[in-house]
Ligand binder design. Sequence first.
Ligand code: ADP
Ligand code: MG
Length: 374
Amino acid sequence: MDRECTERKIRLQELSGKKGRYRECNGKSKTPMIILGIETSCDETAAAVVVDGKRILSSVIASQVATHHPYGGVVPELASRKHIEAIVPVVNTALSDAGMDSKDLDAVAVTCGPGLVGALLVGFCFAKAFSFALEIPWVGINHLEGHIHSVFLEPDPPPFPFVVLLASGGHTGIYHVTSHTRYEIMGQTRDDAAGEAYDKVAKMLGLGYPGGAVIDRLAGEGDPDRLVFPRPFIDKTTFDFSFSGLKTAVGRYIQTHKDDYLQQIPDIVAGFQEAVVDVLSYKIVQAAMSRGCRHIAIVGGVAANKRLREKVADDGGRNDLKVHIPSVDLCGDNAAMIAAIGYHYLKNGTASGLSDDVFSKIGRIQAPCVPALK
Ligand code: ADP
Ligand code: MG
């Protein structure tokens, strides 16, 4: 038996030996609780097995980038079809990677929104049927709460309260987090999300979809100070963001340099990135200081950005803040983060019912304080 198999077997023995009964989900459960997480809100089909909301036994992500790449963005109908093809193999792989059978699971946590409704329904209906058949509880999870919980999958998570910047393709906001299930929104984007700005700028420059990782790489070859794009602070006293003006400024530069912009791409993306990162880093640090919090975190797809990670670490350190950043694998959409927050709801006796449904968008005030759960 190879080392990996031996480790899995030991892990399984260790877990099954101590496992209590969680099937009633009565809030009196003892550890460990083994949760299958499922995520299908956009263009990744993901499943993960996580113990006690913090120990990842497996995490599988089937990306649809190749499918959507020719269209320069996610095509919702194609996304749903791809999730249908992938959901069963992805869940099976997550279980086998964890060395488990479906009967070893105590509960299921699944993203119920926000996201593309047709895409969400695939994971959500799968989770409902799967847990119904296994007679185990399941819980619908707000995707944004999932992202915030990616920091709890790391060895040194922040203590409460802390302030977190969530920057992804669909959302950009700052939250004051006082417990696993209580968040107060301090500010959010008034137009484009930070990741959306990366994707749109990449599209204008013909760099393909998704643009964040490409810009991250190309910016390293450019001079961030040669082209100075506007810093969209809006107003230094609020923690809201606005990225659409910056995106337009890059578009205008491209139009006025039609003949030679192609030779300037590294400098253009480096200048654009520096503007985004300056604003994000400034606002998260100011938000934490305004609440007297000593711990900050950055999460979401954009938190994978090298320059943002470096700048927040520097600015945070200079202001005596402890900075928490999940590993790059946990920044983008994944199911481990969904299982991580699912644990806290299930442990407290919160579970979903068969009549529950998915949702596409959340209002400015609620997000993500009300996870749309019964
Ligand atoms: P969603 O918005 O569906 O929640 P993710 O949390 O996975 O998805 O975030 C995806 C976004 O993150 C995309 O807009 C992508 O361009 C951006 N992104 C991914 N990697 C990087 C990076 N290294 N630098 C900047 N942006 C990135
Ligand atoms: Mg996401």
